[in-house]
Design a protein around this ligand. Structure first.
Ligand code: F6P
Length: 547
C-alpha cells in the first residue's frame, strides 16, 4: 500500500507554525536559556550511548508541539509502519524499501510482495561471513598462491560512498588488508590505484546494483585487462567477485557464479552498505565487526519504530530540519564530526540526503509549492574551524549545524582528546551566545587600546550568536555506534520525505545527464562538428575535439 499524499502546507499545524515563527524568529536563544533553567535538560535525549542535545536551536516547546502535530497530521505513524512492513513505498520504481530487514539479528520474517526475504538475507550473510573468513584467514589465495594483501572496491554512488566511509571510519578496527576504492570514470583515478597494486595479491570486488553503470563497468574492464597482463583468464575466478542484482550481466562480464553476491531491488543503492555491498567493510574489519555495525543500526531501527515521537531521535532531528528549511528558509545544513575518522561522513550523507530528498514533485504528481531537500556539507572539526567557521559565526547566512563527537578517543590520548572536545563544546557555546558589544569593548579596553581604535574595531569583533547547533555526543566510535549514527540519519531522511510528501527512494534526477553523456561520447568519436546542441555546448565540444 502506498504512502498517503498530504500536502503539508494544507495542515493546521503548518499554518500555526507560520504564525508561531513570527512570534519567535527574532528572539535570541540565550534569553530562553536564561528564562528556563530546565531548557537543556528538557531538550536532551539520552539513548543508549548517545547524548543528543537539541536545546541550542531556534525553537521552543511550543514549536516542537506544533511540529509533532504536523507529524500527526501527515500520518507519520502510518508511514513508519509501512516502511517497516515491506510496503511498496518506493512507488515510482514499484519497490519496497527494506534495508532495515538486512540488519535484524533475529531474522524475524520480513515480507516483500508476499515473499519472506529473510532466508535469502541470511544465506547471503553467511556467504559474506564465509568469504571474509577465507580471505582474512588466508585460505583463499591469489593465482601464485600468495595470500591477499589488498582489496579494491570498484563501484560508484551508493556502491562506493557507504563502504568507503565506513571502511575509513573504522580503520582503527581493520586487519592486515589494505582497502582501496575506485569510483570515478576519470582514468587517472584507476591508474593511480593500479600503480600501488600487485596483481598476485589483490582481490577486486565489483559492486553495482544494476551492473550497467558506465563508471563501474569501465573501471572493472580496465582493471580486468590490466590483470590479464599477469594472470590468465582462469585466474579471474580467484581475483574477481561481484555484488549485484543483475546476475546475468555479471556472468557476461566473466565472473564465476560462485563469486557473485546477490542483492535485491528492495535495497536502494544509497542504503545498501548493510547488504553484500558492504563486503569490503567485512573484509576490512572482519565479519564480526560488520555484524556489530548492522546490530547498531538495528538498535536505532527499534528505537525509531517504537519510541514516542517526542523522545524519538530521528523524528526530532527531522522536525528540526523541516522547521529550518520550511519556516526559517534555511538552505543548507552543516555536518561537523569532531573525529578525523568521520572525514567522509558528510560526503556520504550528501548522497543519502540529497539524492533522496532533492525532489520537487509531490506524491500526487504535482509540483511542490514549498522547499524540500536541504544542501548538506561539512568537514571534521577542528580543521573546519580554520576553514569555513568564520562564515557560520559572522556571515549573513543561517546554517544549522550538527556537531558529532565521541567522548573517548580510540588511542586514549587524553591531552589531545580534551583539546578536541573543548573545541567541540566551546564552538556550540560561542555559536549560541556570541559576544556582545559590551564584552568586546571591555576586552579592548583591557588590551589598552585607544578610544578611537576601540570604536573602529568593535563592530568587527561582535558575534551576534543565536546560531543553531545540535550536539550528538556518543561514548566511543565503534562499529556498533557508527551503525546507530548512520541509521539515525537514514530515518531522518525518511521522516523528512514523509512530511514533504515526496518520494525519497527514486533518483530520476541523475538520468538526464547520463543519457546526454552517451550521445556526446558517440559524437566525440566521429569526425565533424556537432551542431545538434545549444550554441554553448556545440562550442565546448568543438573546442575539446580540437585539442
Ligand atoms: O547516480 C545514480 C545511481 O543510480 C545511485 O543511486 C547509485 O548508488 C549509483 O548510481 C550506482 O549504481 P549501481 O550500483 O547500479 O552501479
Amino acid at each position: 500500500m502506498a504512502l498517503k499524499s498530504i500536502n503539508p502546507t494544507t495542515t493546521k499545524a503548518w499554518n500555526s507554525l507560520k504564525s508561531h515563527l513570527e512570534t519567535i524568529k527574532n528572539e535570541h536563544m540565550s534569553h530562553w536559556f536564561a528564562q528556563d533553567k530546565e531548557r537543556a535538560d528538557k531538550m536532551t535525549i539520552q539513548w543508549d550511548d548517545f547524548y543528543v542535545d537539541y536545546s541550542k536551536n531556534r525553537w521552543t516547546h511550543e514549536t516542537i508541539d506544533l511540529l509533532l502535530q504536523l507529524a500527526k497530521e501527515v500520518d507519520l505513524k502510518n508511514a513508519i509502519s509501512k516502511y517497516f512492513s515491506g510496503d511498496i513505498i518506493n512507488q515510482t520504481e514499484g519497490r519496497a524499501v527494506a534495508h532495515v530487514a538486512l540488519r535484524d539479528p533475529n531474522y524475524v520474517d520480513f515480507f516483500v510482495e508476499g515473499e519472506n526475504v529473510m532466508p535469502e538475507v541470511k544465506r547471503v550473510k553467511d556467504q559474506i561471513k564465509q568469504f571474509t573468513e577465507n580471505v582474512v584467514g588466508q585460505k583463499f589465495k591469489g593465482f601464485t598462491d600468495k595470500p591477499f594483501t589488498d582489496i579494491v572496491n570498484i563501484g560508484i554512488g551508493g556502491s562506493d560512498l557507504g563502504p568507503a566511509m565506513v571502511v575509513d571510519s573504522l580503520q582503527y578496527y581493520k586487519n592486515h588488508l589494505t582497502t582501496h576504492f575506485v569510483s570515478n570514470v576519470d582514468g587517472d583515478h584507476v591508474n593511480e590505484i593500479l600503480k600501488k597494486l600487485n596483481p598476485e595479491t589483490t582481490l577486486f570486488v565489483i559492486v553495482s546494483k544494476t551492473f550497467t553503470t558506465q563508471e563501474t563497468l569501465s573501471n572493472a574492464t580496465t582493471i580486468k585487462n590490466w590483470f590479464l597482463n599477469y594472470g590468465s583468464q582462469e585466474d579471474i575466478a580467484k581475483h574477481f567477485v561481484a555484488v549485484s542484482t543483475n546476475i546475468a550481466k555479471v556472468k557476461d562480464f566473466g565472473i564465476a557464479e560462485h563469486n557473485i553476491f546477490p542483492m535485491w531491488d528492495w535495497v536502494g543503492g544509497r542504503f545498501s552498505l548493510w547488504s553484500a555491498v558492504g563486503l569490503s567493510i567485512s573484509l576490512s574489519v572482519g565479519y564480526e565487526n560488520f555484524e556489530s555495525l548492522l546490530s547498531g543500526a538495528n538498535k536505532m531501527d527499534e528505537h525509531f519504530k517504537n519510541e514516542e515521537f517526542d523522545q524519538n531521535l530521528p523524528v526530532i532531528l527531522a522536525l528540526l530540519s523541516v522547521w529550518y528549511n520550511n519556516f526559517f528558509n534555511v538552505e543548507s545544513q552543516a555536518i561537523l564530526p569532531y573525529s578525523q575518522y568521520l572525514n567522509q561522513f558528510a560526503t556520504y550523507l550528501q548522497q543519502a540526503i540529497m539524492e533522496s530528498n532533492g525532489k520537487s514533485v509531490d506524491r500526487s504528481g504535482n509540483k511542490v509549492n514549498y522547499q524540500t531537500g536541504t544542501i548538506i556539507w561539512g568537514e571534521p572539526g577542528t580543521n573546519s574551524q580554520h576553514a569555513f567557521f568564520q562564515l557560520i559565526h559572522q556571515g549573513t547566512k543561517l546554517i544549522p549545524a550538527d556537531f558529532i563527537g565521541f567522548a573517548k578517543s580510540l588511542y586514549g590520548d587524553k591531552d589531545h582528546q580534551d583539546k578536541l572536545m573543548s573545541n567541540f563544546i566551546a564552538q556550540t557555546e560561542a555559536l549560541l551566545n556570541g559576544k556582545t558589544k559590551e564584552q568586546v569593548v571591555s576586552e579592548l579596553q583591557d588590551q589598552k587600546l585607544s578610544e578611537e581604535e576601540i570604536k573602529q574595531l568593535t563592530p568587527y569583533k561582535i558575534f551576534e550568536g543565536n546560531k543553531p547547533t545540535t550536539t550528538i555526543l556518543i561514548k566511543k566510535l565503534t562499529p556498533e555506534s557508527l551503525g546507530k549514527l548512520i541509521a539515525l540519519y537514514e530515518h531522518k531522511i525518511f521522516v523528512e520525505g514523509v512530511i514533504w510528501n515526496i518520494f525519497s527512494y527514486d533518483q530520476y534526477g541523475v538520468e538526464l545527464g547520463k543519457q546526454l553523456a552517451n550521445t556526446i561520447l558517440k559524437e566525440l568519436n566521429v569526425d565533424g562538428v556537432a551542431t545538434e546542441h545549444d550554441a554553448s555546448t556545440n562550442n565546448i565540444l568543438k573546442y575539446y575535439k580540437s585539442l
